[in-house]
Design a protein around this ligand. Structure first.
Ligand SMILES: [Zn+2]
Length: 133
């Protein structure tokens, strides 16, 4: 198998509800998403996929929807408050853990036509989560 991986840096804020710990309070991360595409054969260009295609599909969406946004659970009281102040919020159906964010990027990349095999999101340099579909 061949695989290529594109690294995409982004910043986000979040907090976790129904959780006892420091992540219950609003805070931010300098995150890194790794977008991996895997194939058994190469295309006519001798590529799994052009890195530019990964950038155009995944990076464009991450930059627009997640970068410098608060990612919050739909029933978090901060959602309405921040929106009323004109602050950007990305709303999820469940707690915005790094695992859930990896799944989100996997689903969006797949919906947008990228044959993703793995998404890893680094929340800190020593903590990351992976979703493989
Ligand atoms: Zn956090």
């Amino acid at each position: 198998m061949y695989s290529v991986t594109k690294r995409i840096d982004f910043c986000y804020g979040h907090r976790l509800l129904d959780y006892n710990g420091v992540c219950a309070h609003p805070h931010g991360h300098n995150a890194v998403a790794e977008i991996e595409v895997q194939r058994s054969t190469l295309d006519a260009r001798n590529m799994v996929v052009d890195f530019t295609d990964i950038r155009n599909v995944a990076r464009e969406w991450i930059d627009r929807e997640l970068d410098h946004k608060m990612i919050l659970r739909h029933d978090d009281p901060l959602v309405a408050l921040l929106q009323s102040l004109g602050e950007p919020v990305y709303v999820l159906d469940s707690n915005p853990t790094v695992e859930r964010i990896a799944r989100l990027i996997f689903d969006v990349s797949t919906e947008r036509g990228l044959e993703v095999s793995r998404i890893t999101v680094w929340e800190t340099p020593s903590s990351w989560a992976t979703y493989t579909g």
